[in-house]
Design a protein. Structure first.
Length: 127
């Protein structure tokens, strides 16, 4: 049954490589075009920065979709587009969540922390 769906052992191995390559290619594109989701969380309350972040997420989706679809056509295998779609879906969700967390925390950039309470040390130095 599995052979009829996925092909013989060689075809399955090639499919696994195509899937892995497509999903890791997506991660490479996101890291080249955008800051990390952690960084995005630190400016999520700034509407202009959040919009800019999502613009680059959309550029990443466009680029990875082009390569995923092209690889699917060239290889005559659905695995590249499946890997691309899963990675793009996850990254879209992850950046969206990061920006929402930043917006909820009111974070607009680096150093946007609440002032320390009276008597609370900002940092401690070991004696």
């Amino acid at each position: 049954m599995a052979d009829s769906l996925l092909g013989d052992g060689s075809a399955r191995a090639l499919g696994a490589l195509l899937f892995m390559q497509a999903s890791t290619n997506a991660m490479d594109v996101y890291s080249a075009l955008n800051s990390s989701p952690w960084t995005a969380e630190n400016f999520g309350a700034d509407p202009e920065k959040a919009a800019s972040c999502m613009e680059y997420v959309m550029h990443s989706i466009a680029i990875t979709s082009f390569f995923g679809i092209s690889s699917t056509v060239i290889a005559k295998s659905w695995w590249p587009v499946i890997g691309t779609a899963l990675a793009d879906g996850y990254m879209f969700w992850l950046y969206n969540r990061a920006l929402q967390r930043g917006a909820k925390a009111g974070s607009t950039g680096w150093g946007q922390q609440a002032a320390p309470a009276a008597g609370e040390a900002v940092f401690a130095v070991a004696a």
